[in-house]
Write a protein that binds this ligand. Structure first.
Ligand code: C2E
Ligand code: CA
Ligand code: CA
Length: 673
């Protein structure tokens, strides 16, 4: 790592510390302290200078006085000799000593004078002292014999010297004083300058610190923005879970470790309905709720939950323990079903779950992200197509089924266009002798040389939306076939066409039935539209309204597969129904099961009261036919009377004098109602 990079965090750390409120305050206090200390220092220097000035003056004055006292001393020793008339040995000694002192003092003055600028008062004083020194030295040289003469001379010179010394001292003191005052003034001026610059420095410092603070805050904001961008890149903002990008990279990492990995895919059931009905805020609340439920399942594990699409979530766990995974899935479903409240509403959240583990895909190879996602998706798809609100564990058959379905989805559109759909007809007959009066049209798919039964592709067609085209095609073809036959043979055979419940969520079907009636010219009363009550029939009110419009066109409405759970006796009271088809599962048990008989009895009774036609389906043997006939069932359908066969074959062997009882020529005597 480059040293620059290493030191940057420390510098940034210091800058960050400085830019905080505390850091800034401390810096300002520091600057103020420096100013204060500098001020105190200058003040102290000024004071010291003042003191120095004082002490300088004192010394000069002291020197002046000492000179005066030297002169006094010389005079005293001379005066003593005047009083005694001559110098004693001690007196002579004292005089010579005083003269020497004066000599030293005078020489000192003269030297100082030579060094400095010419100055008259000092010149005068030194000259006077030299004159006095001359007197004393001459006297010493001549042996101090003429005392009165010496005394007179000394008196005369000492007066002059003392006067001039005093003048010199006064003048000196005055000049020094003036000098010191000037210097003090200069220093004071300096102090102002120093203070002003310190003040300026303080301002500069404050400005610099503020700029620094702004810079650091700006950098911190940029860092935060960078972190936000990073968060957006790897996390989902709504649920705060890892997003798809992070999910893929972490799953990839887990898979390359060659340790067991489980992938659980979770879809929110009917999320679109929640969003459309209650608004996006409600949808968001549900997604956040699901996110939390998933997070709870990965707590205290090395796994993680992620949001990988609109209402798609995933859990990745480092395990292949199928029991543990099953427990987790069950808990998730349970927790979700508890629901959540939102603005007074309680949403019961349904989840569809599919999971796979790396171990399920083969012991020793570690699957790719795509592979494990794909197989978990098969499991998820299976949960969805088996009614949602459940979980499925991946196995190979799921994959086969899925791939088959996929190839059907790919091929189905061509099947319609290229005429691969065939119309099979199964007769509907009167009991007990089995005279046909009409047919049920049942679709077949001739695919790669095989006749595919509708059970294998109708559900797929419903899921991918192709059912509309298929039913429209069967409706058109079947009505045309029967119209042509009836026209050719002067018969009135009716035809029943199955319609997926999905049609009753939209009014398009009305136009399509009209279209079939117009193009075929079949009497509307010879068309029965069979509808099975399923979960797809979402809005019964709307469905009823569509059915009554279809009845206004003259066609009949039949409730198919009656007795299989969804439909109830209540539907029979509905004014829009003409016919009820009793499901094969009831007929199967009609001889052995009281409950089945009881139900059929009730339906027949009710139908006769309401003027409904009852058709019993799946009659396979004559014993069943007999029982049903005895119970009062008038119309039937089943292998006993004829299998579904290609239309030409079914119409080929018909008696040319038959048809539907209500429109036709051969009305049966035991028909109820
Ligand atoms: P479905 O409407 O209940 O049709 C009757 C089914 O029972 C037919 O199966 C028929 O072959 C079978 N069946 C008739 N008699 C007997 C019998 O005696 N014993 C037994 N075991 N079965 C009998 P298929 O043709 O395989 O049709 C299955 C389902 O596919 C139909 O049930 C219907 O719901 C659906 N379907 C068929 N054609 C169409 C279509 O054109 N459009 C739509 N939407 N659904 C269709
Ligand atoms: Ca049917
Ligand atoms: Ca049926």
């Amino acid at each position: 790592m480059a040293p620059q990079e290493r030191s940057r965090p420390t510098i940034n750390g210091i800058l960050d510390a400085l830019a905080t409120r505390v850091g800034l305050t401390l810096s300002l206090v520091g600057l103020a302290l420096i100013c204060f200390l500098a001020g105190v220092n200058v003040e102290r220097s000024v004071k010291k200078l003042d003191d120095y000035q004082h002490s300088y003056n004192d010394r000069l004055i002291r020197n002046g006085f000492v000179s005066l006292s030297d002169i006094q001393r010389l005079l005293l020793s001379a005066q003593e000799a005047v009083e005694k008339g001559e110098f004693t040995a001690e007196g002579e000694q004292a005089f010579i000593q005083a003269s020497d002192f004066l000599f030293v003092r005078t020489k000192h003055f003269r030297r100082t004078l030579l060094l400095g600028e010419p100055f008259a008062p000092s010149e005068d004083a030194v000259s006077a002292m030299e004159a006095m020194l001359d007197v004393s030295e001459r006297a010493v040289a001549t042996g101090l014999v003429n005392v009165p003469g010496l005394w007179d001379e000394l008196l005369a010179t000492s007066d002059d010297t003392r006067r001039k010394l005093v003048i010199f001292l006064e003048e000196m003191a005055r000049l020094q004083n003036a000098l010191m005052l000037d210097q003090s003034r200069a220093v004071r001026e300096q102090r102002t300058v120093v203070l002003a610059s310190l003040l300026g420095l303080t301002f500069v410092g404050i400005a610099a610190l503020l700029l620094l603070r702004r810079e650091v805050l700006g950098r911190q904001a940029r860092d935060r923005a960078e972190r936000d961008v990073e968060f957006l890149a790897y996390f989902d903002k709504l649920t705060e879970l890892p997003n798809r990008a992070q999910f893929q990279s972490r799953l990839d990492k887990s898979l390359t470790k060659h340790e067991p990995v489980a992938l659980i895919l979770v879809d929110v059931d009917d999320f679109k309905t929640i969003n459309d009905t209650y608004g996006h805020a409600a949808g968001d609340t549900v997604l956040r709720h699901v996110g939390k439920l998933l997070s709870a399942q990965v707590e205290a594990s090395d796994g993680f939950a992620a949001r990988i699409g609109g209402d798609e979530f995933a859990i990745v766990l480092p395990t292949d323990d199928l029991d543990e995974l099953t427990r987790k899935c069950n808990r998730l479903l349970q927790e979700a079903r508890k629901g959540l409240s939102y603005e007074g509403e309680t949403f019961h959240v349904g989840l569809s779950i599919g999971f796979a583990t790396s171990t399920l895909l083969g012991q020793d190879l570690s699957p790719s992200v795509d592979t494990i996602c794909r197989v978990a998706d098969f499991a998820l798809y299976s949960s969805k197509s088996n009614g949602r609100g459940r979980f499925t564990q991946y196995d190979e058959t799921l994959e086969k089924r899925f791939l088959e379905r996929q190839s059907m989805v790919d091929d189905l559109p061509h099947a319609i266009a290229e005429g691969e759909l065939a119309i099979y007809l199964q007769p509907k007959v009167y009991l007990p002798n089995g005279t046909p009066y009409g047919f049920e049209a049942l679709v077949r798919w001739k695919r790669n040389g095989r006749v595919v039964p509708p059970d294998e592709f109708i559900k797929v067609a419903e899921e991918c939306g192709l059912i509309y085209e298929i039913d429209r095609y069967v409706l058109r073809s079947a009505t045309r076939l029967l119209a042509e036959y009836n026209h050719a043979h002067q018969t009135a055979y009716s035809v029943s066409v199955n319609l997926s419940a999905l049609h009753f969520n939209s009014r398009r079907i009305i136009g399509w039935v009209e279209e079939a009636l117009n193009t075929s010219d079949l009497a509307p009363g010879l068309i029965t539209l069979e509808i099975t009550e399923t979960a797809e029939l979402r809005d019964w009110q709307e469905a009823q309204s569509i059915m009554s419009e279809l009845r206004e066109l003259g066609t009949k409405i039949s409730i198919d597969d009656f007795g299989t759970g969804y439909s109830s006796l209540g539907y029979l009271r509905s004014t829009v129904v003409d016919e009820v088809k009793i499901d094969r599962s009831i007929i199967d048990r009609i001889e052995t099961c009281d409950k089945a008989r009881f139900l059929l009895d009730g339906v027949l009774d009710m139908a006769s009261n309401l003027g409904l036609v009852v058709v019993v389906e799946g009659v396979e043997n004559s014993a069943q036919a007999k029982t049903l006939d005895h119970m009062g069932a008038a119309r039937a359908q089943g292998f006993l009377f004829g299998h579904p066969v290609p239309a030409e074959q079914a119409l080929g062997g018909l008696p040319h004098v038959a048809g539907d009882a209500e429109v036709g020529y051969d009305r049966r005597a035991n028909e109820r109602g």
